[in-house]
Design a protein around this ligand. Structure first.
Ligand code: FES
Ligand SMILES: [Fe+2]
Length: 447
């Protein structure tokens, strides 16, 4: 291989042309080939915990509805949320409880939870009309699946089952038992950016040193990346201690022990992100400070894990028996579930993102953010999201995430410029986003 060929290969491996974000052909291909064929998160399962509970969702032009139909865990029906008379969206609400028949409020046709047409208003008007066939007029059913307390649908009847699709992720995240977690907070933002811009911002840790500057100096940290089937992952490489901003003061301090370093990082997440570090981990980190300064690092890490388990159980919640220190370390920091979901697991639960493209405007998406925690059984958490019209109106709610949001519109604008040829990813810390684009090319073709 010549030097030029070598450079071309390197460039081909890390370079993604700008048209992957800007070309109308790519938008059209995503609409036809990606969204109707990949597994899509609809809601947390606890939102449809009682028989008759439902949740609606929109996958570009396709409105869908999932309904809890019985007491069994898999008793969930998924159908298009479309009346078969003249196409009115059947259910307008986002979530709630349905009667046994879903009545369309245009002319009153009534459907069962499985989509079967039960009756039409003035049904005798169609007497002898062959086009009025109740079987034919039932609402098409959709594939539905559950994992980790999330309900997913796939519009493609031929799609790979959810279990095998998610297997590489589930292998690492199952020990966290996210199905037992409940939302600490749930926010929904009408984000003024393309869905990919949003997902990519949370699919690498390379930005941490430069973007996240208000409380911890992350500059010494590297976040290696990897891929698992269609999905991606990153984790954090052990690095030396960094500086942290002393809470309540305008000064920075260098940690001198591992326990101080852990406490400072946990306190920063607890006070600015409201996710990943919730009460149990924060209390555990506080207790670490009582250990003698010369405690060996492996003992500090073991104590941190043990204290977290104890604090979780003291709170009345249960801690999963298979969530060992090794399982937690193996899961790393962050997972991208192709195409539009991110999960950061932690001993306390998880931080979860979903970005749903706007059907009409490629520069908009709706993002949901769940901070999940371990709680006593009687804790339900928010049953609906706190909604925000844009990033600006979200300001003041989450200083950590606001640092991420501050980049997004600037990226979304900048990549449309004639002066931008494309993204050149860091092969060590951003390979999972490069892989994301390889997967998008595979599903959608190249523009
Ligand atoms: S559109 Fe639903 S009953 Fe007419
Ligand atoms: Fe970030």
């Amino acid at each position: 291989m010549t030097e030029q060929q070598g450079q071309d290969k390197f460039k081909a491996d890390v370079f993604v042309p700008a048209d992957r974000w800007t070309s109308p052909q790519r938008d059209a291909a995503e609409r036809e080939k990606l969204w109707p064929k990949t597994w899509q998160l609809v809601c947390r399962e606890d939102l449809i915990s009682s028989v008759g509970n439902f949740c609606t969702h929109q996958i570009l032009d396709d409105p869908v509805i999932v309904i809890r139909t019985g007491e069994g865990p898999d008793d969930i029906s998924a159908i298009y949320n479309v009346c078969q008379h003249r196409g009115r969206k059947l259910v307008d609400r986002k979530s709630g409880t349905l009667g046994h028949e879903i009545a369309c409020r245009f002319h009153g046709w009534r459907f069962g939870w499985d989509g079967a047409l039960k009756s039409a208003t003035n049904e005798d008007d169609w007497d002898g009309c062959p086009a009025f066939d109740k079987q034919q007029l039932s609402i098409p059913q959709i594939q539905v699946g559950r994992w980790g307390g999330f309900v997913f649908v796939n519009l493609d009847p031929e799609a790979e089952p959810l279990d095998t699709w998610l297997a590489p992720v589930a292998e690492h995240l199952d020990p966290f038992h996210l199905e037992e977690c409940r939302p600490h907070f749930w926010a929904r933002i009408d984000a003024p950016v393309n869905w990919k811009t949003y997902i990519e911002a949370f699919n690498e840790g390379y930005h941490s040193g430069e973007t996240h500057i208000i409380g911890i100096n992350y500059r010494g940290m590297k976040s290696p990346s990897g891929t698992h089937g269609p999905h991606g992952q990153f984790w954090s490489e052990a690095s030396g201690f960094g500086e942290y901003k002393v809470p309540g003061k305008n000064s920075w301090k260098m940690s001198t022990t591992l326990q101080e370093h852990l406490w400072a990082n946990m306190a920063h997440q607890y006070n600015t992100l409201f996710a990943l570090t919730l009460e149990p981990t924060m209390k555990a980190a506080e207790r670490l400070r009582e250990l003698p300064d010369d405690t060996p690092p492996d003992v500090v890490m073991t104590r941190f894990y043990e204290y977290t388990v104890e604090e979780t159980e003291k709170s009345g919640a249960s801690f999963p028996s298979d969530l060992t220190m090794e399982a937690s370390n193996r899961a790393g920091t962050d997972w991208h579930i192709f195409p539009n979901m991110i999960i950061l697991p932690s001993l306390d639960g998880a931080l979860v993102y979903r970005a749903v493209p706007d059907a009409k405007d490629r520069d908009k998406c709706v993002v949901d953010i769940w901070s999940l925690g371990r709680y006593p059984k009687d804790y339900a958490g928010p049953q609906e999201p706190a909604c925000f019209a844009d990033f600006e109106s979200f300001r003041g709610n989450n200083p950590f995430l606001e640092e991420d949001f501050d980049n997004m519109e600037a990226v979304n604008d900048g990549m449309k410029s004639r002066g931008f040829r494309g993204a050149t990813y860091n092969p060590y810390q951003e390979s999972q986003i490069r892989h994301f684009h390889a997967m998008l090319d595979k599903w959608c073709g190249t523009p």
